[in-house]
Design a protein around this ligand. Structure first.
Ligand code: HPA
Length: 272
């Protein structure tokens, strides 16, 4: 049987031959933020389908490519388009790109997403620094045999999101005059949006925002020893807090705030 480590070796060997060198930061660009990859200098662009063992994305609006190069003076490997559990991928597949980032010696990952606001103080268009997460997806990417060379059997999730990175992001936001919310991100499997009852439950147990991604990737990042910064775009109020939910509104809001979102990420990256 091929181990995960063996698959990773094949993937990274291919990527290195294609021109990918040392990586400092992995970037996972969620809905609306993919454009950031177009700003990467001296870019090496790899289509997902050409990379051995790499999954292929099926969601409209999520291009499928990895872009390596320099952004804000840092060596980055950016995913333009991520993999979701609701697409039918296994949790291991969803998180494979994070394994690849770690295998290429990245020390940190920046994760972004679009999500619904649960906290009554949030407004669509707000950006939220993720301080912690709740895994309500009903699955965990680390279930199964643990490959000890990749990380520990029982990872500590006490500080999944790096506190000093959060402080840097807050400082950058303050300097920009940008109001940066913060809160706990709770992941549901999707693809249905939540029900109003589920949102009341989410709020009761401590969630500030809900979405369908990020949590698996952050679990694997922690398992791999990566430092994590997470930023969400609140694209809508969660179910029961506004009349109805639809994907068009999510896309519209990400388009509306993308300049602000991109500049927050770039300036924070420069300061990390
Ligand atoms: N729920 C789940 N995922 C989402 C939402 C939401 O309200 N908005 C954007 N992604």
């Amino acid at each position: 049987m091929t181990t995960l480590q063996e698959k990773l070796n094949e993937t990274t060997t291919y990527m290195k031959k294609a021109g990918v060198k040392e990586v400092e930061f992995g970037l996972i660009l969620g809905s609306g933020l993919g454009e950031l990859a177009d700003e990467i200098e001296d870019a090496v662009v790899l289509q997902y389908h050409e990379i051995p063992h790499f999954p292929i994305s099926t969601v409209v609006g999520h291009a499928g490519k990895l872009v390596y190069g320099t952004l804000s003076g840092k060596k980055v490997l950016a995913m333009q388009g991520r993999f979701h559990y609701y697409e039918g991928h296994s949790m291991q597949t969803v998180t494979y790109p994070v394994r690849v980032m770690a295998a290429l010696q990245a020390h940190s990952v920046i994760v972004t997403n679009a999500c619904g606001g649960v906290n009554h103080d949030f407004t669509p268009g707000d950006l939220m620094l993720i301080t912690d997460q709740i895994n309500y997806m009903g699955a965990n990417p680390l279930i199964g045999t643990n490959e000890d060379e990749l990380g520990p059997r029982f990872p500590d999730m006490s500080q999944a999101y790096d506190a000093s990175y959060q402080a840097v992001a807050h400082k950058v936001a303050q300097e920009k005059g940008l109001h940066l919310q913060e809160g706990v991100y709770m992941a549901f499997s999707g693809p249905t949006y939540e029900t109003p009852a589920e949102i009341r439950f989410a709020r009761t147990i401590g969630a500030d925002a809900v979405g369908m991604s990020t949590v698996p990737e952050v679990i694997v990042a922690v398992h791999s020893g990566l430092r994590v910064l997470g930023v969400s775009c609140i694209t809508n109020l969660a179910a029961g807090m506004q009349k109805e939910l639809n994907h068009e509104e999510v896309v519209e809001t990400t388009q509306r705030v993308k300049q602000e979102f991109k500049s927050l990420i770039k300036e924070t990256l420069a300061a990390l």
